[in-house]
Each structure stands twice: as C-alpha cells, then as structure tokens.
Ligand binder design. Structure first.
Ligand SMILES: Cc1cc2nc3c(=O)[nH]c(=O)nc-3n(C[C@H](O)[C@H](O)[C@H](O)COP(=O)(O)OP(=O)(O)OC[C@H]3O[C@@H](n4cnc5c(N)ncnc54)[C@H](O)[C@@H]3O)c2cc1C
Length: 325
C-alpha cells in the first residue's frame, strides 16, 4: 500500500499549477494500484472550494496550512514533513519545477529519506513505488526503489499528465504547523510569476527556440516576428536566459521547461544535451544553424545550414505572404 503526498502550487488567483495537477493525477493512479491514498498539501490563502477541487484529479484529502506562505521552499518543507510524519505517509511526489526540486531536496534532508530526481515515470510493484530515471544522456532508464519509507520522488517538468478522475470533492483538513526558525528568515517580496503572463510555452503548438546564435538580446525580435507569423510562441536556451536576453520562464531544457509542440524551430541553438532533453519530444524539429557540425543536426527532422540573420526575415516574410495569399 502506497500513501502518496503531493504539493500543489497555486498562483495568486488560486489557480493550481499544471505540473502539480499532473503529479496529483499520477499519485491517484499509483495509490489506486496499491490500495493506498493520494493526498495533497496546499499552503496560504486557498479557499475551501479550491482545495476541495483537487479531488477532481484524484486527491482524497487536502491538508491546508493557511499560515504558511506560498512560494518559498523552507516553510513548505516544515508543513510537508509534519503531514508525512503525523500521518505515516510513504511517499512524496513532486511534478518538477524549481520549487518542487527545492522542497523535495529539503524534505529529503529533513526526513533522512531516499530521493530520486528527474523522474519520467513511476510504477507500483508489491505495494511500493519504483521511480524510473533516465541516465547516460537519456540513453538508458534505471529503476529506483526505496528500502525504507518515506521516499521522495521528483518528476521532470511535465512528466505526469493531468487527468480528471471524476472522484468528486476532496476532504479538506486544516493543519497548524509551527515554522522552523530558519524557515521565516526569507520572505517573499514580490511574486514574479511570468509563467502564463503572456503565452504559456508548454501549451504552444509552435515554438521558435532562440539561442546564442541570435547574437544579442535585440535580435530576439527576429524570433518573435517569426513566431507571430505562425501563431506560435518564443522559447530560449539557458545560455541566452543566463545572459539576460530573454525571460527565465521561456527556458527549455534540463533546468527549464519540457515541451512537446507540433513544431520546434531552433534558431542559433547548438543542440546541447541539456537543451535537447527539454524539446526532443517535439513532433517536428527544424533547425537553422551556420555550423553544419552542430549537434542539433543529429536529431532534427529538417536542418538548414546558413546564417539565421539572412534566413529568418525572409522566412517570416514568406510565411506572411503565404498566409495573406
Ligand atoms: C547542469 C546544466 C544544466 C543546463 N540546463 C540547460 C537547460 O535547461 N537548457 C539549455 O538550453 N541549456 C542548459 N544548459 C547549458 C547547455 O549545456 C548549453 O550551454 C546551452 O544549451 C547552449 O545554448 P545555445 O545553443 O544557445 O548556445 P551555443 O551552444 O553557444 O550555440 C549557439 C549556436 O548558434 C550557432 N550560430 C551562431 N551564429 C549563427 C548565425 N548567424 N546563424 C545561424 N547559427 C548561428 C552556432 O553555430 C552554435 O551552434 C545546462 C548546462 C548545465 C551544465
């Protein structure tokens, strides 16, 4: 029997994050396979109805810690550690994302638990959970079991699909948690939730991914114009995000988002493995790169060797002309 606890992140409007809902859906499936229970933790200002709505994704119970701030890892570690310990819960499952990684790591240390990160699938075996984790640049998968509980499982972003279970409202239980002294030393000044502010790249069907080959921040206009001509959105590599050329919320890859659009057009992107893992499931991958030996040409469906500064404006014009015609 596997009882599983999921942390459900919400934004300032009370809307739950897609990865959290995916993790709840996955927890519900695994719990039903093992005869256990899936439950969720929410913190901060979450209404009764919003908390209970997590039942739609299979959470039987929702633990709500109203006095705990949302968005900071340490207080949430306090809450989850208490809920797990008080209720003898066997596993904590996270849907990915930086906050999930941070909380999962803290929880692991606090509970002296085993942890598996970057998990792409979880299965049930003999009433316990086994995490599948890609290794060796995603060329092989290892199964990771836990010799003792609790076990912490941190998924890759978007690893778990959101599924409505139709099981109705979850029971909501308020929990009082005394936050650790160190958990109150950082406070949230502003919650800069860029995700969903503009286009949500995880849901876009067409993405133009811009890399360092664009040369400078202002040249992202080329990617924006091209994306707009096709009704798509713009994504980026970590190199350009770190350089401040484009917002962090658009980063694709190992430490960014995982996407699977119908078309991923990579411009000026070398195709490093850390980028590849975030976009390799795209239906069609097109690449424009001036270096014919760039790694991206090893896994794209169509590659164009050439200077993006010459190709992109012409491509944008051609698409606009075609659409207008
Ligand atoms: C732990 C770790 C985690 C990481 N996580 C991520 C991650 O999540 N996402 C991510 O993207 N990276 C990540 N990285 C970084 C990754 O290793 C690469 O450094 C990064 O992806 C490279 O970005 P890039 O392709 O934009 O730049 P570059 O590797 O510099 O490639 C630029 C490309 O543009 C081409 N080019 C240059 N000029 C032109 C032109 N005029 N026309 C056409 N092509 C041109 C070049 O030929 C080159 O191939 C991570 C690295 C580490 C160590």
């Amino acid at each position: 029997m596997a009882d599983i606890l999921v942390y459900a992140l919400h934004d300032d409007e009370g809307v739950f994050n897609k990865n959290s809902l995916g993790a709840i859906s996955e927890a519900a499936k695994l719990a039903s396979e093992t005869g256990g229970t899936a439950s969720a933790v929410v913190v901060g200002d979450v209404s009764d109805d919003a908390a209970a709505s997590l039942g739609d994704y299979g959470a039987a119970k929702v633990y709500r810690a109203k006095s705990c701030p949302e968005g900071l890892a340490q207080p949430i570690v306090d809450v989850m550690a208490k809920v797990i310990t008080d209720n003898g819960i066997g596993y904590a499952l996270f849907g990915g994302g930086l906050l999930g990684f941070e909380i999962g790591a803290g929880l692991t240390a606090r509970l002296g638990a085993g942890v598996t990160m970057e998990v792409t699938a979880v299965k049930a075996a003999d009433g316990k959970l086994v995490a599948e984790r890609p290794v060796l640049q995603d060329s092989a998968i290892v199964d990771v079991g836990y010799v003792s509980e609790p076990g912490i499982i941190i998924g890759r972003l978007n690893a778990f699909d959101v599924k409505e279970s139709g099981s109705g409202a979850a029971e909501v239980e308020d929990v009082e948690v005394e936050l650790s002294e160190w958990s109150t030393k950082a406070t949230m000044v502003t919650r800069g939730e860029a995700r969903g502010e503009d286009v949500n790249i995880e849901d876009a069907e067409i993405l133009v991914g811009g890399g360092r080959g664009l040369g400078e921040k202002d040249n992202f206009k080329l990617a924006e114009d091209l994306a707009e001509s096709m009704g798509g959105a713009v994504a980026a590599t970590r190199a350009v995000v770190d350089a401040g050329w484009y917002p962090y919320s658009t980063q694709i890859g190992q430490t960014g988002k995982t996407v699977a659009p119908k078309l991923y057009l990579a411009v000026g992107i070398s195709g490093a493995i850390q980028h590849k893992v975030g976009m390799q499931s795209s239906e069609n991958i097109l690449a424009i790169n001036k270096d014919q030996n760039a790694p991206i040409f090893e896994f794209c469906d169509l590659g164009v060797v050439g200077d993006l500064h010459k190709i992109m404006p012409k491509l944008t014009e051609a698409i606009k002309a075609k659409k207008g015609g």
